[in-house]
Design a protein around this ligand. Structure first.
Ligand code: NOJ
Length: 762
């Protein structure tokens, strides 16, 4: 690439740079970039262009079912410039090797872009994305994404397939662990924070990587929570719930998008031109590229909208899918389509330009090996500093669900603690399922964490009680649960009998959630419920430490167990972070980003539901409810306790009505009425009482984290604008309708007290 015109243009741009404003400089940068992209494009043959749209899998990790191309052919294709990107090629050595095949042999030497699923850390593993979302701490999530980027880029990677910003309301869906839960506002804010963390301010900085907003769109709404299943969403649900995080990602400058495996209303997302062309590349002005999901272009055939690969390629390219991930469809199909005059070359050019743009932004044309730095590979990965940050984020992600009689925090000098459960000494599940290069069994277990915390005086007895899973655990291996072996029960019961307090560490194996790991049941798998009840029969002083990827059905435990701590899968420092909270070195402040149902039959279950025509709860039969379970969540969205307590004043509004272009301030005083310093996540909700379409009974519209000493009061204020109250109306556009709103500020989504606000248009 060294001899091409772009370099010259770059130098020219630098010369005229000085003395300009940032906006002017940005315009110059973009104009220069377009010149570079155009000049490269003008040199390319059709085959070379198609090569840029082709992504192959390497074999350094398994994140899908690889197609059966032999290695020799793959190498030849790389040398020939027939591959634009690879995924799952890792390490400085391997990325250099693959890049050199292109740089030394291909005619135009257009660098490869290496992608990988860096979902919640690279080697230093952070809490799973859902867990981390429970912190609501945008700066913390930005920081963890930036560390993931630093580690991944040190091994030669340029691009992560994250963040997943699919809103999901279904705990059965295995990939709910990979997102930010059920709320579009929270998911948007977290998605933007993660994008900023991965990409930093400058994509060409070799410590940052390109992010990917996925899966566009609707993947989190699979029927019955079954992964890859059909999605049926109405237009308003799509616009008001699913798309806002993607719009926010596009506005935040995310480099790439990934489309999705699912169909929406009969149209597979990969072949959906409204989403990819009209909206994303049209109305939203996104100028990066869209990669397909793994093989999703070829999957248009089993979906039944294409009869063969050629037709699949035709649908996908016309719909705006730019790069074919492991589908092996574009590499042959696009040329034939052009030859048959069925595909305008302008569409291929547009897709190629998008890919080149991102490669230029990453600085790959300046130095294709700039990320493959052997020194950084040794110094930048799994550092003490990264582990300390992982522990900090992990603590922030923990949610205290129940704490009767202030059983928690425990004293470090407690006489005798029994630690029981199949997950208590599990060093692997905390790493999660999307573990990138997180090493097997490398996490600090809960048992290790509390032993570290208690030191020499520790009087801890431990019994596993039962196995949760048996056999192989890996990305493509089905998980086998233990449903028969109760031989460990007696030991557990014996140590429980003699303990002052019992820590039951139960929940889900890491491989119970993630891709392809949906479940029809979301209670305790295996023999865990039986174990819990057997221990409860001899000692009721139990703290349940819940480790899981998804919201679970734990009604029995919620009724009987005095203290419950939701710790999810927290990554490398799992056990230390749990111990920090158990012993009160840290006061928990996490809040649920998803509702916990009372029964799996309530799923999909979410707080921002509609009122229905029959909302009455006056105990008649004919209103919207289940006969056998209350409509209320077991633990609602936004909920989480602290070791202290907070009192909220009434909501004060600076005005009770407002017009377009005006702002109303809603504020509340919050007082720490307990005995410890603590953090509170203050949440703003609104209700739009009458709309041109039905409106949710509550919608999150703001949040702020505050810290209060005992007795201290702080005022928290939120600005309310017309834009904040806008939605996709019956007019099929985003606008704010005149009328009455309720404004709530509280500690979770069940907050009742509100102030009235009117929006007046004339
Ligand atoms: C399939 C998953 O759906 C997607 O999220 C992931 O990025 C790709 N496989 C690549 O591993």
């Amino acid at each position: 690439m060294r001899h091409l015109q772009p370099k010259l243009l770059f130098i020219l741009a630098l010369l005229i740079f000085t003395g300009k404003s940032t906006a002017q400089n940005n315009t110059i940068i973009e104009a220069t970039l377009e010149h570079k992209v155009d000049s490269v494009l003008s040199l390319m043959t059709l085959q070379e262009k198609i090569g840029q749209l082709n992504q192959y899998n390497g074999s350094w990790d398994v994140t899908g079912i690889p197609s059966d191309i032999d290695n020799k052919t793959k190498l030849e294709k790389l040398k020939n410039g027939d591959v634009g990107s690879m995924l799952n090629v890792l390490t400085v050595e391997a990325t250099r090797e693959a890049q050199s095949l292109v740089m030394e042999h291909s005619r135009l030497k257009i660098p490869l872009i290496f992608g990988y699923d860096v979902i919640h850390g690279y080697k230093t593993i952070f809490p799973t994305p859902l867990a981390e979302s429970a912190s609501w701490d945008l700066e913390a999530m930005k920081l963890s994404a930036s560390i993931a980027a630093k580690e991944a880029s040190a091994e030669g990677l340029h691009w992560t397939f994250a963040p997943m910003i699919d809103v999901s309301r279904d705990a059965r869906w295995g990939r709910i662990m990979e997102g930010s839960g059920e709320d579009p506002f929270l998911t948007s804010a977290i998605g933007v924070a993660r994008i900023q963390g991965f990409q930093g301010n400058d994509l060409s900085d070799p410590h940052t990587i390109a992010a990917c907003a996925k899966h566009f769109a609707g993947y989190g709404f699979a029927e019955s929570g079954r992964d890859y299943n059909t999605v049926n969403i109405g237009e308003h649900e799509l616009q008001n719930v699913i798309l806002p995080p993607f719009k926010a990602a596009s506005d935040a400058g995310v480099a790439t998008f990934m489309n999705a495996f699912n169909e929406i209303d009969g149209q597979p997302a990969t072949a959906n031109s409204y989403l990819q062309r009209t909206l994303l590349k049209g109305e939203w002005g996104f100028d990066g590229f869209v990669v397909s999901d793994w093989g999703s272009i070829a999957e248009l055939i089993p979906h039944g909208v294409a009869k063969n690969k050629l037709e699949a390629a035709n649908l996908a390219i016309h719909a705006g899918s730019d790069m074919d991930m492991e589908g092996r469809v574009y590499e042959d199909g696009l040329k034939t389509l052009v030859e048959q005059n069925r595909l305008d070359i302008a569409l291929i050019d547009d897709a190629v330009k998008r890919v080149l743009r991102v490669k230029f932004r990453l600085g790959l044309f300046d130095d294709p090996y700039r990320y493959s730095n052997a020194k950084r590979e040794k110094t930048d990965i799994l550092t003490k500093e990264h582990l300390a940050i992982s522990r900090d984020v992990a603590k922030k992600s923990i949610v205290l669900l129940k704490n009767e009689k202030s059983l928690l925090p425990l004293s470090k000098t407690a006489k005798n603690i029994a630690v029981i459960g199949p997950l208590a000494n599990d060093k692997d599940s905390p790493i999660g399922n999307w573990r990138a290069q997180g090493e097997k069994n490398s996490a600090v277990s809960v048992l290790e964490g509390i032993t570290n915390a208690m030191g020499k005086n520790a009087n801890i007895s431990y019994a596993k009680g039962t196995d949760l899973s048996i056999g192989e655990r890996s990305f493509l291996a089905p998980l086998t649960l233990n449903t028969t072996d109760t031989s460990g029960f007696n030991e557990a019961i014996t140590i429980a009998k003699h303990a002052d307090v019992v820590l039951m560490v139960l929940g889900e194996d890491a491989f119970q959630s993630g891709e392809g790991r949906s479940q029809a049941n979301i209670g305790f798998a295996g023999l865990q419920q039986e174990l819990l009840e057997a221990v409860y029969a001899v000692n009721k002083n139990i703290v349940l430490v819940l480790m899981n990827g998804r919201p679970m059905e734990i009604s029995w435990a919620a009724d009987h167990i005095p203290a419950i701590l939701e710790v999810w899968h927290l990554g490398s420092e799992h056990g230390n972070a749990v111990a920090d909270v158990l012993f009160g070195d840290d006061n928990p402040s996490g809040k649920l980003p998803v509702s916990f149902p009372r029964a799996v039959g309530q799923e999909p279950f979410y707080y921002n539901q509609k009122n229905t025509g029959r909302p009455s709860a006056n105990k008649e039969v004919t209103y919207s409810h289940h006969n056998d379970v209350s409509n209320e969540a077991l633990f609602p969205f936004g909920y989480g306790l602290s070791y202290t307590s907070f009192k909220y004043s009434e909501v004060k509004l600076s005005s009770n009505s407002f017009h377009p272009n005006e702002t109303v301030t809603a504020s509340v005083d919050i007082t720490n009425i307990g005995k410890r310093e603590g953090k509170e996540i203050v949440q703003l909700y609104i209700r739009d009482l009458v709309g041109s379409i039905t409106r949710p009974i509550k919608e999150l519209k703001g949040f702020e984290i505050i810290e209060l000493k005992p007795g201290e009061t702080k005022t928290v204020s939120f600005k309310i604008t017309a834009e904040l109250l806008s939605f996709f109306t019956a007019n099929k556009k985003w606008e704010t309708e005149a009328g009455d709103f309720h404004i709530f500020i509280g500690s979770n989504s069940t907050v009742n007290a509100y102030s009235k606000l009117e929006f007046v248009k004339n």
